[in-house]
Design a protein around this ligand. Structure first.
Ligand code: NAD
Ligand code: UDP
Length: 342
């Protein structure tokens, strides 16, 4: 593929062995860049980047970003995607989740400053909490419970945004912030407990599809290749927008509608069962992507049904490949999890 953003950059991708990060590594290598993937495999897996291991432009470093990371090569760009994204996973060790966003992002901003590298922070629609504005625009300050079980993620990501804009204002780092809305596709961990992975795995396995609450809550689902295009575009747009940018697909669905679509597309006869709604679960979520359209000329191309068509076969293959009997998808914590020592 022809490089679109200047050939031969050296680019660090933290969280590069995760779902989104591994697709980003693929795309950057395909553009002709050298990629240094940093991951502690907390929620990602070496399998996601196995196909890249013999690529001459790819290097894999096993490290936790909560510790300072150093490399000899001069870095041109750093994408910080390191952080668990699934609610059960980020709530399993909430202090580490918070430290990953706060200490980890501070470490990487310092690294970017040392190298004069541009920096892109993977933030989230969760900074809007349970939003009282709909759809959500970037200038909405959000409605986050700072003491609830989601706070380790939401407040950590908010603090990371703060550091990015402080470093940018101080002229120390060319920092950029993307607010990612629910994204799905191949290489999501089948057991990560998120809605798309849970429903597809349950439908393919003939298990009941779990809907938390009534299923009337909404989310807007973005296919992973659309997200990756948005990330690369925001990293390279000139001048730096100096403000966060929503990247997501505005197509909004209730969770009940998503479950019906998955049943229809998999041909599954699994029943639907209802489970309690997790604490602080946002009721509605849809990105306003006006800013991304204006600044980046970006908009999503893949509607939900088409994205599911690309995703379901990957999960089917992944289930066939797994030798050991599969565990049940993880359920969310109903109560704040006891704090583990730092
Ligand atoms: P993921 O869990 O598949 O990937 C996260 C990766 O980060 C994993 O490989 C994990 O091992 C690694 N990681 C976690 N903590 C780390 C640490 N302390 N040091 C080093 N590596 C660490 O999740 P994802 O869906 O690929 O999400 C990627 C990023 O995008 C995350 O920062 C997430 O917050 C953000 N995001 C994702 C979504 C989404 O819907 N996928 C939505 C909003 C924001
Ligand atoms: N959800 C559900 N069943 C599941 C997993 C999730 O009904 O098996 C709901 C969850 O309560 C939320 C929505 O689906 O309302 C999206 O959940 P997910 O964990 O994917 O991401 P979130 O957007 O909440 O971070």
């Amino acid at each position: 593929m022809k490089p679109t953003n200047g050939k031969g950059k050296t680019i660090m991708v933290t969280g590069g062995a995760g779902f989104v990060g591994s697709h980003l590594c693929d795309a950057l290598l395909a553009e002709g860049h050298r990629v240094i993937c940093v991951d502690n495999y907390q929620t990602g897996s070496e399998a996601n980047v196995r196909a890249l291991e013999n690529h001459p432009g790819f290097r894999l470093i096993e490290a936790d970003i909560c510790e300072p990371v150093s490399v000899e090569e001069k870095l041109d760009q750093i994408y910080n995607l390191a952080c668990p994204a699934s609610p059960p996973q980020y709530q399993a060790d909430p202090l580490h989740t918070m430290m990953t966003s706060v200490v980890g992002t501070a470490n990487l901003l310092r690294l970017a400053e040392q190298h004069g590298a541009s920096f892109l922070q993977a933030s989230t629609s969760e900074v809007y909490g349970d939003p009282q504005q709909h759809p959500q625009q970037e200038d909405y300050w959000g409605n986050v419970n700072c003491t609830g079980p989601r706070a380790c993620y939401d407040e950590g990501k908010r603090a990371a945004e703060t550091m990015c804009f402080d470093m940018l204002r101080a002229g120390r780092v060319d920092a950029r912030v993307v607010r990612i809305f629910n994204t799905y596709g191949p290489r999501m961990s089948p057991e990560d407990g998120r809605i798309v992975s849970n429903l597809i795995v349950q439908a393919l396995s003939g298990e009941p599809l779990t809907i938390y609450g009534t299923g009337e809550q909404t989310r807007s689902f973005c296919y992973v290749s659309d997200l990756v295009a948005g990330l690369i575009s925001l990293m390279n747009v000139d001048p730096n927008p100096g403000a966060p940018v929503n990247i997501g697909n505005p197509g909004e669905f209730t969770i009940a509608e998503l479950a019906d679509l998955v049943l229809e597309m998999t041909g599954s006869t699994s029943p639907i069962v209802h489970r309690p709604l997790p604490v602080d679960d946002p009721q509605r979520r849809r990105p306003d992507i006006t800013r991304a359209k204006q600044l980046l000329g970006w908009e999503p191309r893949i509607p939900l049904a088409q994205g599911l068509e690309l995703t379901i076969p990957w999960f089917a293959q992944s289930l066939r490949d797994s030798q050991a009997p599969r565990g049940k998808p993880i359920q969310p914590a109903r109560h704040p999890v006891a704090a583990a020592p730092l």
